[in-house]
Design a protein around this ligand. Sequence first.
Ligand code: ADP
Ligand code: NA
Length: 331
Amino acid sequence: VAPQRIFSGMQPTSDSLHLGNYLGALTQWVALQDGYDPIYCVVDLHALTVNPEPAVLRERTRRTAAQYLAAGVDPSRSLLFVQSHVPEHAQLTWILSCLTGYGEASRMTQFKDKSAKHGNEGTNVGLFTYPILMAADILLYDTALVPVGEDQRQHLELTRDLAQRLNARFGADTVVVPEPYIVKATAKIYDLQEPTAKMSKTASSPNGLVELLDDPKVVAKRIRSAVTDTEREIRFDTAAKPGVSNLLSIYSALSGRTITDLEGSYEGKGYGDLKKDLADVVVAFLEPFQARFHEFLDDPAQLDAVLADGAERAREIAAPVLARVYDRSGL
Ligand code: ADP
Ligand code: NA
């Protein structure tokens, strides 16, 4: 049997990805290169929803691709491309838009949060149809599994509903109905200063965020000043001790040590010890990551070649899927 198709992407909406993106998604992407057929995308059309300066968007798209490569995405085992290089994404979005209920789209919690923040006049329609574009991204590649963080679960549910609707209307094998692939231990990395809110490039305060391209000294300081609680015990308990639990999750994911092992080795020690050691672990990860990132970014010809090859191979997969949907829709 053919290996299962994987699809995932991230928005180029900042100069650097953060630890939540890395642990929630990127590490799974890299792991899934063994035994699966992965496609990883820089979703620049999604990033247009925040109306970036053109030169900034273009630069962030390259930086995001270079961070995928630095994390271990290997173009000989994964297809890596930029969303806007494959026009089929926008084309399928229109068809899916016509199958999505207005009420259904209005119920997306990410849209509700963002539109509440910006108000009706400050909210563009792209933000509203964002999950439909995401559904198109996934369905265009006959995707079986979508590795994402917990925050994308509702969008994935919409993707599945749309896939089932297409199949019900146009024939059972029109598109593949994908499954989310969410690794519980790292599905949600929290803000260091507000450990009940997800770490996020838009919502987190600078001190709550660990960006992969931040100065390691600054990162170490942020970890050492992470919010914990007034107890002394180093114990994993997300309800009672969200700050300590978040630090343990990050520590475990980056070091490969289990939470139980970490709890045992910090018995009788203080939060200061935990934070100091975690700061060392994070810095030991960041330094070589950043060196690899700069190597990829500083070789624009090679980066362009990887992305051009990816776009070509992506279109070879996406075009027949779109043609199938067009044909069955009566277009
Ligand atoms: P952001 O939410 O920071 O704007 P994206 O929407 O581009 O980032 O998300 C890219 C990927 O990173 C998605 O798979 C998302 O689920 C994951 N992700 C984002 N924030 C976190 C987090 N705090 N913990 C775990 N995964 C996350
Ligand atoms: Na997100």
